[in-house]
Design a protein around this ligand. Structure first.
Ligand SMILES: NC(=O)c1ccc[n+]([C@@H]2O[C@H](COP(=O)([O-])OP(=O)(O)OC[C@H]3O[C@@H](n4cnc5c(N)ncnc54)[C@H](OP(=O)(O)O)[C@@H]3O)[C@@H](O)[C@H]2O)c1
Length: 361
């Protein structure tokens, strides 16, 4: 009893503001960690209120909108819930995080994690650090306001950082084409028009350069296609001198956290289908290298992977909170995140299901 009271007393109190595609995953994931307590989640509208309560969370709402909610179902206002917290994980739509920082978090001197729809540039910057655990974990130690990169920005770091560590100045330039999904799996009310959207510039290149610094020139272009089944990244990595062969590239990436090397996964929905047989949310929390697509031609290595848009940032948020709240060294934080969420086992199952041997049969 005594031990339990001490543990409860030491738990860090976390509030998850926003309970959509990302917030509900983060709340569920972080809630498994006995070092923290999810005191509640913040909702903005009554839509989906019963589902949030059924998930077991106390629901808090903005003071200004409290009259729209059934008072018997909610636990109070977001403003009051924040007062007793050590950290808020803001999962509200892009741009709202900055408004929340100014209005809610800074006045209360509460630490905050922001998601990839925010920015670290210009007047609406939420932080000067864009977190990518594989690249700049130590910058987050003890931090107060830090932005987690978006799903695409997170995935690029998982691939680019190990390649740059291995091949260094032999890499002269990297071009990435992002093929972005239109909507998330749960957004079944979102219409998907029969079109491909072209955007001249995206935030992704700027965000990646923020944590890669200028070690290697990285250029990112993005198009958006009507699917809910993941993003796909097409990498062209240019080398000075001899290019490594595909096996060497796979050997560099195989041991990496959150990177799976798959054969025969010719359609992204097949990965989701398999993930759905293992995990209620059908998340893999990874990037998946489509191994047959790796090639070395002339001075260029080409590499294609898919990126679990909603799952990939969830373990990253857990790594980030360990750095901000517990000053935990990278290796320890990674080991805790991996074991709490069974990520190594999930990677092994995925690689066994899409193994080279099975693809040949
Ligand atoms: N979806 C992805 O694949 C993905 C991946 C990586 C990063 N991100 C980033 O994560 C953040 C959240 O994205 P999401 O996809 O989870 O968004 P979402 O599904 O639309 O959920 C947003 C949540 O924020 C709440 N909210 C709070 N204030 C709001 C306001 N002023 N207006 C509207 N809603 C408000 C909504 O409340 P109610 O439900 O109560 O209305 C909803 O629960 C964004 O920065 C996004 O860029 C998203």
């Amino acid at each position: 009893m005594q031990a339990r009271m001490t543990l409860a007393h030491l738990k860090k109190r976390i509030f998850v503001n926003g309970y959509g595609s990302i917030g509900r995953r983060i709340a569920a994931f972080v809630n498994r960690d006995e070092e923290v307590e999810v005191v509640g989640i913040g909702k903005n509208s009554p839509r989906g209120l019963d589902a949030a309560i059924a998930d077991g969370f106390a629901v808090y709402v903005p003071e200004s909108r409290i009259s729209e909610f059934d008072s018997a179902k909610i636990s109070g206002t977001i403003e009051s819930a924040l007062d007793g917290c050590d950290l808020v994980i803001d999962c509200t739509p892009g741009g709202t995080g900055y408004e929340n920082k100014k209005r809610l978090y800074e006045p209360r001197k509460i630490k905050a994690i922001y998601q990839g729809g925010e920015t670290i540039h210009g007047d609406a910057a939420v932080s000067d650090v864009l977190f990518n655990s594989r690249s700049n974990y130590d910058l987050a130690l003890g931090g107060s306001h830090i932005m987690q990169g978006s799903c695409n920005v997170t995935g690029i770091g998982r691939i680019l950082r190990p390649l740059c560590e291995k091949f260094g100045s032999r890499i002269t330039r990297v071009d990435v084409l992002l093929v972005r999904r239109w909507a998330d799996i749960e957004q079944d009310e979102t219409e998907m028009p029969d079109t491909i959207e072209l955007s001249a510039s995206s935030h992704h290149g700027e965000d990646v350069r923020a944590y890669m610094k200028d070690n290697v020139p990285v250029h990112v272009r993005a198009i958006k296609v009507p699917t809910r089944q993941m993003h796909v990244h097409v990498f062209d990595v240019r080398f000075a001198g001899a290019t490594p062969d595909p096996d060497e590239i796979h050997d560099v990436l195989r041991p990496e956290f959150g990177v799976a090397i798959l054969w025969g996964a010719h359609q992204t929905h097949k990965i989701r289908e398999f993930a759905g047989s293992q995990d209620a949310l059908a998340d893999t929390n990874m990037v998946h290298i489509h191994a047959e697509m790796t090639s070395a031609r002339g001075d260029t290595v080409q590499l294609v992977y898919s990126d679990d848009q909603t799952g990939i940032v969830i373990p990253e948020n857990h790594m980030l909170l360990q750095a901000m709240l517990f000053f935990r060294p990278y290796a320890e934080a990674l080991a805790r995140t991996q074991s709490l969420f069974g990520l190594e086992k999930a990677k092994s199952s995925l690689e066994a299901h899409f193994s080279c041997e099975r693809a040949r049969l």
